[in-house]
Write a protein that binds this ligand. Structure first.
Ligand code: ATP
Ligand code: MG
Length: 450
């Protein structure tokens, strides 16, 4: 992509009404534009990152054996009346009446709709286990939308639902989700710690929230610092193996890590004092086993091998796809702007031409652009007639992890400069060597974007 042809409306001024750094940087980098309170347009750069995050979520869900599908954003209120949530949900639900005076709503979540799909089509244990998910826009009429995409009213969420014959099977689905979420966040360069959360009226131990530690997080969290040493890494996992998934759950959830809702001072005090931490975190996902709550309410039953009719055991599992952009930026930025992890960066590398219009410099930039593109990488070539300082500032602000700087002086010696956004370190390389190095760096981060 040539910057001269792209739409990147960066802001020079820091937006006054944005309270936290990720919101400020997303506005300044021309990623989003507010359309009304808590509702945003996703401008090209923001949309690109959103798609990358979405694609990682898809890849990891499919890897875990979960099936993608899509449900509508506008739903009839009927199913919600049947489950009892139409009245219970409160003012966060956006209620709409259509021209025939029918009650509709903009989906805040989709347990009812998916359970209806299930009960209309599945009647035998032979069709279980089944986990389906979607990535779809949600609407919650939050009383205080704030922090940009972090707490929006319209937001993009992955919601998955498992249907199982027994509690035991449903807990395996729960564990599978935990494992797939660990992988998902790590691929985005994030550490998201599963913490025991509040099961609400249903109670029980079967819900975990995934939290990214950040000062600006809305949740207060308490944990044993040893949990921050855990990482899933590149280990192989067999998602069908009950033992393996259970093992990962135990490894990641045995040490103390809880949100304030479930925090227990007495248990916390058993953690050695030097490892006790109180901090703030951003909730980027939650997994939940809730038994037969919705299958009882909506009559989702299957026949067992013995011919008995039983309610299916269910769980639901969410990832805050649009919130993740904010969380990643909170975790990865400096005074000059965003620092994208390789897994989600909108472009793989920036090319900065120090002397636009110089035949040799232009040709070298174009050759680099071609070489990267034919290797399946996406460069952003700043081909504008601007001062070098301005070009560097833009690249730093939008956070591409690698920058190739091309100028007549370097070209005389046959070199360009490859700079890491994270460390600021530069090295001089032949253009082909710079391309080879980027190919190697991105070998483990192949996510397609748009
Ligand atoms: P919160 O406690 O932050 O209001 P929640 O627990 O109500 O969130 P869930 O129903 O668990 O949210 O939704 C799954 C995920 O969707 C959350 O973990 C979060 O990452 C994301 N999410 C929820 N509400 C919003 C919102 N208003 N804006 C952006 N993302 C959100
Ligand atoms: Mg939640």
């Amino acid at each position: 992509m040539r910057l001269s042809r792209y739409f990147l409306p960066v802001l020079k001024e820091t937006p006054a009404d944005a309270q936290i750094v990720s919101h400020r940087l997303m506005l300044r980098a021309g990623m989003i534009k507010q359309s009304s309170a808590g509702i945003y347009s996703w401008l090209p750069l923001g949309f690109k990152v959103l798609r990358k995050i979405e694609n990682i979520v898809h890849e990891e869900q499919v890897r875990a054996g979960h099936i993608p599908m899509q449900m509508p954003t506008l739903q009839s209120a009927d199913l919600w009346k049947e489950s009892g949530r139409y009245d219970a949900y409160g003012e966060e639900m956006l209620r709409i009446t259509d021209r025939h005076d029918r009650d509709m709503l903009y989906t805040p979540t989709a347990e009812e709709l998916i359970t209806d799909i299930f009960r209309s089509n599945v009647s035998s244990y032979k069709d279980l286990p089944l986990t389906m998910y979607q990535i779809q826009w949600k609407f919650r009429d939050e009383i205080r939308p704030r922090f940009g995409v972090m707490r929006g009213r319209e937001f993009y969420m992955k919601d998955g639902y498992n249907f199982d014959l027994s509690k035991e099977d449903a807990l395996h689905a729960y564990n599978r989700h935990l494992v797939s979420y660990l992988r998902t966040y790590e691929r985005m360069g994030l550490q998201a710690i599963p913490m025991r959360a509040d099961g609400g009226p249903i109670g029980g131990d079967y819900t975990h929230e995934f939290l990214v530690l950040a000062e600006t997080g809305e949740s207060e969290v308490f944990y044993d610092s040893a949990v921050t040493d855990l990482s899933f890494g590149d280990r192989e996992i067999d998602y069908d193996s009950v033992e393996q998934c259970q093992g990962v759950l135990e490894e990641f959830t045995t040490k103390y890590a809880r949100t304030d809702e479930t925090h227990d001072e007495a248990v916390f005090n058993e953690v050695p004092e030097e490892r006790r931490r109180t901090a703030r975190g951003i909730e980027v996902g939650q997994i939940f086993y809730f038994g037969t709550k919705y299958s009882d309410a909506l009559g989702a039953q299957v026949q067992t091998a013995e011919g008995e009719k039983v309610s299916v055991h269910m769980g639901s599992h969410g990832i805050g796809v649009s919130r993740l952009l904010g969380a990643i930026i909170e975790a990865s930025h400096d005074d000059n702007g965003i620092i994208w992890p390789e897994g989600v960066t909108p472009f793989h590398a920036g090319i900065v031409n120090l002397k636009q219009g110089d035949a040799e410099a232009d040709a070298a930039c174009e050759a680099l652009e071609k070489a990267l593109e034919s290797a399946g990488l996406e460069p952003l070539y700043d081909d504008r007639k601007e001062r070098a300082g301005g070009k560097f500032a833009t690249m730093d602000l939008i956070g591409l992890p690698w920058r190739i700087t091309v100028g007549p002086r370097g070209l005389k010696n046959g070199v360009v400069e490859l700079t890491s956004r994270r460390t600021g370190e530069s090295e001089e390389l032949a253009p082909e060597a710079a391309v080879a190095k980027l190919i190697e760096i991105y070998a483990d981060h192949r996510v397609t974007g748009l």
